[in-house]
Design a binder for this molecule. Structure first.
Ligand SMILES: [Ca+2]
Length: 206
């Protein structure tokens, strides 16, 4: 700064004629204050935005955790469903049969054969059949209902000897040497189904 002859003051080449030339006008100050306020507001806005971003990130992380938990629960549900299905299949496969370590028990049926048109049913592995009349299955297309290929059937008779239930070769039954079998109480015959006929395995006249 220098003071020139005549009382003119210069600062960095600018002529200073009043204090406003050094400190700025009141308008300049207002503008500076406004700029400072704007800067502060921007900083505050940035801080708020950062907080919002952090909050959003936390929410996203929580959502991801919840989704993982839901997927794990889904997987467990599927597993449980599979186990239940397997248990049902096993129970269905066992049907009326119960297994122990040293024996297999087949709950017998109890079908009444009351005329020649009644077919022996094969819902059980052991068919206990009986009635009070003599039967020859003469009016049946099949003496024994169709089975499943490979199925075994044991037939036990409860009829009195005077009212025998008689199986004959034919009508869905293949008997040993084609010899018919008149069954009365305690007589037993066993068959295996070959896909078309019940083939005799053995018989016992008791
Ligand atoms: Ca007998």
């Amino acid at each position: 700064m220098r003071i020139k002859a005549g009382g003119v003051i210069e600062l960095d080449g600018e002529t200073i004629t009043s204090w406003d030339d050094v400190s700025g006008t009141a308008t300049d100050q207002t503008a500076r204050d406004a700029a400072a306020a704007a800067s502060n507001a921007a900083a505050a806005a940035q801080a708020t935005a950062t907080y919002g971003s952090n909050t959003a990130n936390t929410a996203l992380a929580n959502a991801a955790t919840a989704q993982s938990a839901a997927e794990a629960a889904d997987a467990k549900a599927v597993t449980a469903d599979g186990i239940a299905d397997t248990a049902l299949a096993v129970a269905d496969g066992l049907n009326s049969r119960s297994n122990a370590w040293d024996k297999a028990i087949y709950t017998p049926g109890a079908q009444q054969i009351s005329d020649n048109a009644t077919t022996v049913l094969v819902a059980q592995a052991v068919a206990r059949i009986g009635g009070s009349v003599a039967v020859t299955f003469a009016d049946c297309e099949k003496q024994i209902a169709d089975g499943t290929d490979g199925q075994f059937l044991t037939v036990i008779c409860t009829n009195a000897s005077v009212n025998a239930i008689k199986f004959s070769d034919g009508q869905g039954v293949k008997l040993a040497e084609t010899v018919s079998f008149s069954m009365s109480a305690n007589d037993v015959i066993q068959f295996v189904y070959d896909g078309a006929n019940w083939v005799e395995v053995h018989r016992t006249d008791n």
